[in-house]
Design a protein around this ligand. Structure first.
Ligand SMILES: *Cc1c(COP(=O)(O)O)cnc(C)c1O
Length: 339
């Protein structure tokens, strides 16, 4: 089976497993796991932030960040496509008791003016606007990348109004490889950043939350509260260290294969349009001749898995376990489909 449902489906390579097996470990709730400390510190350094916190998932790093930034009744401003709103089980309400103001950005990317227009006045009727969340790349936006200047402009609005600014950077390294931006500029723009190791970077598990030392100390308490304090998890963190050393530059290959897929799909008569392919995600809209679920079943018959994202939207994601040979097979299957 060629699996294009997500970049989370990769399995650790033997080199990664070897690195994991060799890890020095200790009890991380006692702050005694040297490998976890090394992962947290090295990723924080890479982005120019003070500290990091290793967690089981990107949902947890986002939810911890929101919980630390807001109080019950406050409002979180984010795009209507955002993962924190759509795909975290209603966690903003359940974990933080906060309400949400949704923006209508361009494939997940909103402007400083959008933010300004949605900050509530200081009036007891309104929830207190407390936090802005951006997502880079934006998953539901088709792996779209933010322009750093646009983020800097939003940061300025946040500073002016006393709002915190969090980045859901589940695929931040895909964005950095695409744009060539300096990771330090991202560290300087946000109060907190969440990065997934289990997506394009190819780890079996893990995300890291970054921020100031004071923020991470508070985040550590929330991680314990949520049951995310792990013990000898250095074996898992070692996969993260391996990935940061070996799997970043190669993301460009995933992007090249995704662009290639996007081009083939754009020329298929049953495809209405393909969202611009900027990184490793391809989202396309089918025309009337076939539904997304029918299209996905037909591909499945050819041993290719994709995901339907609504009546006529399909998503394919390229990753570490998707080769040029696989790409050729998928291209042939797409061309062969009798729709
Ligand atoms: C995958 C993802 C997350 C976190 O997901 P987990 O499966 O909980 O690790 C967060 N944000 C975005 C944009 C994602 O794609």
């Amino acid at each position: 089976m060629i699996d294009l449902r997500s970049d989370t489906i990769t399995r650790p390579t033997s080199a990664m497993l070897t690195a994991m097996q060799a890890a020095q470990v200790g009890d991380d709730v006692f702050k005694e796991d040297p490998t976890i400390i090394q992962l947290e510190t090295s990723l924080a350094d890479r982005l120019g932030m003070e500290a990091g916190l290793y967690c089981p998932s990107g949902t947890m790093t986002n939810q911890i960040a929101i919980r630390v930034h807001v109080s019950p009744g406050d409002e979180v401003i984010c795009d209507h496509l955002s993962h924190v709103y759509n795909y975290e089980g209603g966690g903003i309400a359940a974990n933080s008791g906060a309400s949400v103001r949704l923006l209508n950005g361009d494939r997940g990317r909103f402007t400083a003016a959008d933010v300004s227009a949605n900050i509530n006045p200081d009036d007891e009727h309104f929830p207190i606007s407390r936090l802005v969340v951006a997502e880079n790349t934006c998953n539901k936006g088709g792996g779209s990348c933010w322009d750093l200047e646009q983020l800097k402009a939003i940061e300025a609005v946040c500073r002016q109004h006393g709002l915190a600014f969090h980045l859901d950077g589940a695929r931040l390294f895909n964005a950095l490889v695409r744009t060539g931006d300096n990771p330090l500029d991202f560290g300087a723009t946000f109060d907190s950043i969440s990065i997934c190791l289990s997506k394009g970077l190819g780890c079996p598990v893990g995300s890291v939350l970054l921020g100031s030392s004071e923020f991470i100390a508070r985040a550590r308490r929330v991680r314990k509260l949520m049951g995310g304090g792990m013990r000898q998890a250095g074996y898992l963190a070692a996969a993260g260290i391996y990935a940061l050393g070996n799997n970043i530059e190669r993301l460009a290959e995933d992007h090249r294969r995704a662009a290639d897929l996007g081009e083939i799909l754009a020329n298929c008569h049953y495809v209405n349009k393909v969202l611009p392919v900027e990184t490793n995600i391809v989202i396309f809209e089918l025309n009337q001749s076939v539904t997304a679920s029918d299209f996905v079943s037909r591909l499945e018959a050819d041993d290719i898995a994709a995901i339907d994202m609504g009546i006529n939207l399909v998503r394919m994601v390229t990753h570490l376990d998707f080769s040029d040979d696989d790409l050729e097979k998928v291209k042939q299957a797409i061309r062969r489909l009798d729709i």
